[in-house]
Write a new protein. Sequence first.
Length: 444
Amino acid sequence: MTDARPGEQLHLGAFFHPTGHHVASWLDESAQIDAGTNFRHYAELAQTAERAKFDLMFLADALATRDGRPEALRRWPQYMAYFEPLTLLSAIAALTSRIGLVATATTSYNEPYNVARKFASLDLISGGRAGWNVVTSSNQSEAFNFGREAHIEHDARYDRAEEFTDVVRGLWKSWDADAFVRDRSTGIYHDPEKLHELNHVGPHFRVKGPLNVARSPQGEPVLFQAGSSEVGRELAARTAEAVFTPQTYMEPARAFYADLKGRMKKFGRERWQLKVMPGLNPIVGRTLAEAEEKHAHLQSLIHPDVGLELLGYSLGKFDLRPYDIDGPLPDEVERHGTNAGQTAFRQILGWARDEHLTIRQLYQRFAGARGQRTVIGTASMIADDMQAWFDSYAVDGFLIQPSTLPGGLNDFVELVIPELRHRGLFRTEYEGTTLRANMGLPIG
Ligand SMILES: Cc1cc2nc3c(=O)[nH]c(=O)nc-3n(C[C@H](O)[C@H](O)[C@H](O)COP(=O)(O)O)c2cc1C
C-alpha cells in the first residue's frame, strides 16, 4: 500500500544537541565548546537552518542530568548543563520568522495544563511555529527529581501520555479563532459563546479549563511523538502529526512507515496527516575519503569509559566493565533486561546477535548516533540515500542530526541541501509562515 504524494517534497528537521550528536563531538576542534549554555550559538544554528529552509529545529530534553559513574560523566557533557528548551525557543522565536520551533516535554513529570499553556504561548510568540514532542521519558533519573525511586512502568507511562495529550489538545481548543471581539464601542472584549471549558475527568487528570492563552495563527501547536514501541505507535497513530524514530535499515523502516500509517484509519485519520521523520546523521565530505576521515576521527575520540557507560545505560544500567571490551556482549544482558520495552535495548541486542559485534563495536555504533543512522559520503551519495528512502515510502522526511555543531550543520546546508534542491526534493521557499503550512498539515 502506497500513499499518493504528488509533488510532495522532503520535510526536514534539524535536531540540535549542543556540541553535536556524536558523543565525543565536544572534543572535535570545530565544535562550540560551551554550546549548552551559549545562546549566540543556538541563535546562529537556528538562523542557518532557517536560511536553508528547514521545516523545523528540534530540541530534546530531560528533567535531570545524566545519572552514572563520575569517571564517565566528566567526559560527556550531553544533558549535563543546557538551557530549558521552551525558554530558549522563545528567545529564538524573536530572531527567526519561518522555521518551526519544536521541543520535548515529558508527560510523565508534567501536568497537562502547564504544558498546554507553555506551548500555546510559544505558538503565539512565534506566529504559529510551535511543536510539542510528546515523550514518556527515557532518562531514568528524572524520577529522583519528582519524588519517585523509578519511572512508572513503560506501558503505564503511555497510558498517562494518552490522556495527557487529550487534555492538552482539549485545552488548546478553549478559544475559537474569532473569540476576541475587542470592541470598545460595546465594551465587550471576548464572546463567551466562543470560550469552551474542557471539564475533563479521567483516571489520571481532572482539568476544568479553559486555557488562559488564545489560539495561534496555526490553531494549535503541531504534535510530535518519539516512541516506536507497540504502545508508542498506537499513541502516534491516534494523535501525532509527525514521528521521530530511530530507523537504521530501509526494509524495517518501510515496514514501520506502513504499520504506523496503517493504524491511523481506525482513529478516523488520513495517512498524510502524519509525517514519518527518522533520524539521520549525515557526515558529509567533498570526497568519500574526506567524509570517512571525519567519521574515523570522531570515533577515535570516544573514551572507553563513555562508550561502556552509554551502552550499559541503554541495556538497563548493565555494568559492562568486568567484560572483555573486544569480546561479545554477555548473555546476562538479555536476562537482566529491565529495559525490555525500550527500542534501544532491542536494537542493541539485535546488532549483537545478527552481526556478532563486540562490546567496543557496539558502543562505537551506538555512541556515534545513539542508535540512529549515520550516512557517510559526498553530497550526492547522501542525497541518493535520502531519495531512495523517500521514493520507497520509508519516510516523509528526516530529522537531520549533525554530528558536530556548527560544522556538521554548515556542511549539510552548503553541500547536501543544494543537491536535494537540484533533484526537486526540497523546497526553495517556505510554503507559508506557520509550521503547519510548511509541513502540509491541516490547521489544528
Ligand atoms: C529523535 C528522538 C528524540 C527523542 N527525544 C527525547 C527527549 O527529548 N526526551 C526523552 O525523554 N526521550 C526522547 N526520546 C526517546 C523516546 O521518547 C522514547 O522514550 C524512546 O523512544 C523509547 O520509547 P519506546 O519504547 O516507545 O520506543 C527521543 C527519541 C527519538 C527517536
